[in-house]
Design a protein around this ligand. Structure first.
Ligand code: SF4
Length: 349
């Protein structure tokens, strides 16, 4: 997808840190994450649950409980700093400049109101001068645009009268009502079967071409990212561990955690019992993140105790332009290891 790389990114996140206090201790959910995203581009943020990927997107949306959450760093949207904005100021931006598509539309849509009423309200929140008729026309246009047949009839129906895939289309229509420049989709296809999942991903790609929005796609599935994203940010234990274009990360991944994610993508053609290789062990508790590289207890290549169990590896540029990796292994060793041991059994080619 084209974008003007010389212009500043529409979204620029710098050294984002998000912490929550809980009864068990402080959760260090995001720990120093930075990335930029231009309009017309899709960034996939990938990781297991507890990696910090959803918390990163909630910080961009300003959806944290301010009483329990400490956020530091910078989140610039269209040049405007979001960290420190009041809830009222964030509410004005949400829906208009940045909108979110949730994994479960049933919990995001109100069960007691018709889909049409919810779409109209979403529009009029940011267009107070629009008449009801104008808002309704916009809602019908968007329902049509996201591929819902007979929008006139569907307008008056309730969320439970839609199938899972159609509800997700309604959610997408809702998110686009105000033509936001940034769309955040959090596991938008996880609850859907493979065929509907592909249709929704195609729809998002089409809409992005039409609306030229920036999209952040949050997912645990690198296979989904490879279908629609331009760039990938892999997160683990609240930190970014690999960042690059889809081609760089899918064809020449350099982080052992990314290798694990790639090996756990279900193969379309193989026996999942045989082909799937889940990453051994569990993601770390974000209250008690392992010292050094957070992945070291699960990493087959860890050099212990030093440096892997003692020093946090920095996200550093590698030879390929724009590709960055946080791993203590020397770059050539990572390339050789991937080529010799991983690529031929991997499923990402
Ligand atoms: Fe493995 Fe060490 Fe690299 Fe972490 S820094 S991924 S533990 S080799």
């Amino acid at each position: 997808m084209t974008h003007d790389a010389a212009s500043p990114p529409y979204l620029q996140v710098d050294d984002l840190r998000v912490r929550f206090s809980t009864a068990d201790g402080e959760v260090r959910a995001v720990d120093g994450v930075s990335f930029g995203l231009h309009r017309g581009r899709t960034l996939g943020i990938v990781g297991e649950s507890g990696s910090g990927k959803s918390v990163t997107s909630l910080a961009v949306m300003g959806l944290h409980d301010p009483a329990r959450t400490k956020i530091s760093g910078a989140i610039k949207l269209g040049g405007r700093e979001l960290v420190g904005l009041s809830d009222g100021e964030m509410r004005k931006l949400r829906g208009r400049d940045v909108a979110m598509i949730f994994q479960d539309p049933l919990s995001a849509l109100h069960p007691f109101y018709t889909v049409g009423r919810q779409l109209v309200e979403a529009y009029r929140t940011h267009h107070s001068d629009a008449s009801k008729a104008q808002a309704k026309q916009r809602a019908l246009d968007m329902l049509d645009r996201v591929g819902i047949p007979q929008p006139d009839r569907r307008f008056g129906q309730y969320p439970h009268e839609f199938s899972g895939g159609m509800r997700q289309r309604v959610m997408i229509a809702m998110s686009l009502m105000n033509d936001p420049a940034l769309l955040i989709a959090d596991e938008p296809t996880t609850a859907l079967d493979v065929t509907v999942q592909a249709q929704i991903l195609d729809l998002l790609a089409d809409l992005q071409r039409e609306f030229h929005s920036a999209i952040i796609l949050i997912t645990h599935d690198l296979g989904v990212v490879s279908q629609v994203a331009d760039e990938v940010l892999v997160m683990y234990g609240g930190r970014a561990v690999e960042h690059g274009t889809v081609a760089q990360v899918m064809r020449g991944p350099q982080h052992p955690y990314t290798w694990g994610l790639l090996a756990s993508i279900p193969s379309l053609h193989g026996d999942p019992e045989v082909d799937l290789k889940p990453i051994k062990g569990n993601p770390p508790s974000l209250i008690n993140v392992p010292a050094g590289c957070a992945f070291h207890p699960r990493c087959a290549y860890a050099m212990k105790p030093e440096p892997c169990a003692g020093q946090v590896p920095q996200l550093l540029a590698v030879q390929a332009d724009g590709h960055r990796v946080a791993c203590h292994l020397p770059e050539q060793q990572r390339i050789d290891t991937y080529t010799d041991e991983i690529a031929h059994v991997g499923v990402a080619q």
